[in-house]
Design a protein around this ligand. Structure first.
Ligand code: PHE
Length: 457
């Protein structure tokens, strides 16, 4: 058996709120704060948000419950869970491991940028609201051949340190304080951004969909973002669900986690995009959006430097509660498959992920000309393949597995605690898992020219 505490007796969450906090900790991270606003900025604003919500409702909630069900039923982490239910399907765990590996490699680079911005806010390096100055600062950092790699290493070391010791009570406790902290901070910063001159253009950009902007690329980007943001499609929620006791109400959890996650993404979007318009930044500028825009907002706030510091520390924490769940999927896999001890597995996997991350970091500077997939640099290619292809594929096959192989009856029995809890929406959920979600994902794949063009169409 593989889990975070394989040598001890299997742990369970201290409380229901403990599980929701930890699962929300995995879900809420750079995906919400850093990626959601810039993806919306690049993909038509409201059009992207509209599609995001449609996919969240049809696929997001459905798969969240599905993963938690598999986890609690098997009491095992991803690879072990599929093996136990049907050995022929253990490759599905493998897709998740690969996705987690690729995501963490570039995620850690962004985590490193966050640490650098903590340092910058302490040393006063961010005190400007001039787009050119702030843009220059960011470009200088990411294009540097060594500096971001040092910070990337630091982020990996932090992640490794937590995973090596097992996710103990400490993380669960800290999360309970820091997550609400993040929420409150985001709220205050949002109010400041919304009251800037010209901010309403950003609100309109984000919330008023221009349907003519919806195309295959936008839909694929939104699909990938739902999976990325909710930590779905690679077995993270299987692992976390495996620690739930048999009396918890899984349905309630699978609704609360996506709601919290979406609330934070919207807060971030409603902070960053209004500021983009108020200060005249470019909404489509990509991965730098958070790092360039928010310092400009802080510069307009009393005690702005302090706000910047607290904010970037909270971003770092949110990123770490996600990165540990990414590394854990990899570690659990090698411990399980190759019988390595946990320490060795953690070091070796972290080292390999770090190396791929180095390439991702260099692709923002010296290696910018190396294009891999559809004109994307290494960093964007890793993100594209993992988030937009591997995670949705993993989710699609999981639905097929539950709906057609393992059986909806088994899944619904688990969700209703053997009929003890009312699960009124069971037939509806079953229909979504068996038909709607897998077909919807399949159609997005076939429709989106991005994927087809990879194969030369
Ligand atoms: N959901 C995390 C975030 O938004 C990233 C993540 C993806 C974590 C997949 C685990 C699995 O930052």
């Amino acid at each position: 058996m593989v889990d975070l505490n394989e040598t001890k007796q299997r742990d369970q969450w201290g409380s229901k709120i403990g599980f929701i906090m930890a699962a929300a900790g995995s879900a809420i991270g750079l995906g919400n704060l850093w990626k959601f606003p810039y993806m919306a900025g690049q993909n038509g604003g409201g059009a992207f948000v509209f599609v995001y919500f449609a996919i969240l409702i049809l696929v997001g909630f459905t798969l969240m419950l599905a993963e938690i069900i598999i986890g609690r039923n098997t009491q095992l982490s991803a690879v072990g869970a599929y093996k136990k239910l049907n050995a022929k399907w253990s490759w599905l765990g493998g897709i998740g491991v690969l996705a987690g590996f690729m995501i963490l490699s570039f995620y850690s680079v962004v985590g490193g940028w966050t640490i650098n911005y903590i340092v910058k806010s302490v040393t006063g390096g961010l005190a400007s609201s001039d787009p050119a100055v702030l843009g220059g600062l960011f470009e200088q950092l990411i294009a540097n051949p060594t500096e971001p790699i040092i910070y990337h290493a630091l982020f990996m070391i932090l992640t490794l340190g937590i995973v090596k010791g097992g996710i103990s009570g400490g993380i669960e406790k800290a999360t309970k304080i820091l997550m609400p902290g993040l929420f409150i901070m985001m709220f205050i910063i949002m109010i400041r951004a919304l009251t800037l001159n010209g901010a309403m253009a950003g609100v309109e950009f984000l919330l008023a969909p221009d349907f003519s902007k919806i195309n295959g690329g936008v839909i694929l980007a939104a699909l990938g973002q739902v999976f990325f943001s909710l930590s779905l499609g690679m077995g993270t929620m299987i692992t976390y669900g495996s620690y739930l006791s048999k009396n918890e109400d899984l349905v309630v959890s699978s609704i609360s986690i996506p709601l919290l996650d979406t609330a934070i993404a919207l807060l971030a979007g409603l902070t960053i995009l209004p500021a983009v318009f108020a200060f005249g930044f470019d909404p489509g500028q990509g991965p730098g959006l958070l790092f360039v825009t928010l310092p400009a907002v802080f510069a307009q706030m009393p005690l702005g430097t302090l706000f910047a510091l607290i904010f970037f520390v909270l971003v770092l924490f949110a990123a770490l509660t996600s990165s540990i769940s990414l590394l854990e999927v990899n570690v659990a896999y090698v411990v399980d498959e190759f019988n390595w001890d946990r320490k060795k597995a953690t070091f070796v996997m972290s080292g390999l992920i770090f190396l791929v991350g180095v390439a991702a970091s260099l692709s923002m500077g010296p290696w910018a000309d190396i294009n891999i997939i559809g004109g994307r640099n290494i960093f964007d290619s890793l993100d594209f393949v993992a988030s937009n292809i591997l995670l949705p594929l993993g989710g699609m096959f999981m639905c097929i597995f539950i709906g057609w192989i393992w059986g909806l009856e088994n899944a619904i029995k688990e969700a209703s605690n053997n009929g003890k809890l009312a699960f009124k929406l069971a037939p509806f959920w079953g229909f979504l898992v068996k038909w709607v979600a897998p077909i919807a994902i399949f159609i997005v794949f076939v429709q989106s020219s991005g994927i087809l063009s990879l194969f030369g169409f």
